[in-house]
Write a protein that binds this ligand. Sequence first.
Ligand SMILES: N[C@@H](CCC(=O)N[C@@H](CS)C(=O)NCC(=O)O)C(=O)O
Length: 339
Amino acid sequence: MKKFLTLVVSAGVVSAGAMMIAGVAQAATLDDVNARGYLQCGVSQGLPGFSNADDNGNWTGIDVDLCRGVAAAIFGDANKVRFTPLSAKQRFTALSSGEIDILSRNTTWTMTRDTQLGLNFAGVNYYDGQGLMVPSGLGITSVSELDGANICTNTGTTTELNITDYFRANNMSFELIAFEKADEVVAAYDAGRCDVYTTDRSGLAAQRTKLTNPDAHVVLPEILTKVPLGPVVRQGDDQWFNIVRWSLNAMINAEELGVTQANVGSMMGSNNPSIARLLGDEGNFGEELGLGNDWAANIIKAVGNYGESYDKHITPLGLARGVNALWNEGGILYAAPIR
Ligand SMILES: N[C@@H](CCC(=O)N[C@@H](CS)C(=O)NCC(=O)O)C(=O)O
């Protein structure tokens, strides 16, 4: 309880500073990015499926694809982006201070992150929920059996706040063991320092691959809270906000319209008006964002549509599309139309 209050207060202090810095750094982000010649994208320190670097420093994941897509929309070149790995605690300050142009780092959209931090979420690129993992050997099958448990997670996350809410609401006690680096959480849990590992369910699927024996752990059936993850920008630059929002929407709309990385070239000149607008054959949608009219075609050529990005990065974690399917295929993915 005491710890929870301390966290809330310290988040308030951070936000006041962040807003002042954001006030100074309010210039047109697109102009800065163009002048610099590349996009600066804040990502995680390594989360398979979302943002993860290989031994050669090549970043992959759906959050990475979003940034590569924005780079392609601006420059026609998905390689004109640099990635800054950030812990959960560092991420918002990096964005407020102007160190990065976009935060694309499995970040949960909440009200205070919009209102207190001077930031805006440009959309949702993964609908998640908070989950809990335990060693199968403990024989636990439900969160209701966790009274008195030691629980490991990351500092500076909604995960920390949600788990506290849940245990308090259910009159259960627990000890929270929180680390700044995700790999420290994995190591502590793997070494048996905690009975439970809680984070976003996608994060559990990703992080369990790093355990000594991934099959010796089970994700409990309960979902504690909803967790909408999406890209974040500074407030005060609506053009930039729109570029990020519509880059994501373009990927989702491309999937809905059947435009893929492989067929985007042959879809040019399509007599389907929605496809013609998406690909810049009709209208000035790109120019109105400050980009070329081939902005969306370049995104799709570079990273594919949303479903392709999902299949490439998230499906290998064993996570089915579920609610992240398109609205007309049983999911809740619903992008506003380009028109
Ligand atoms: N979505 C939550 C949690 C984000 C978070 O930091 N999750 C951890 C555990 S999955 C993580 O990203 N680890 C990877 C890293 O820190 O690089 C939030 O926005 O607060």
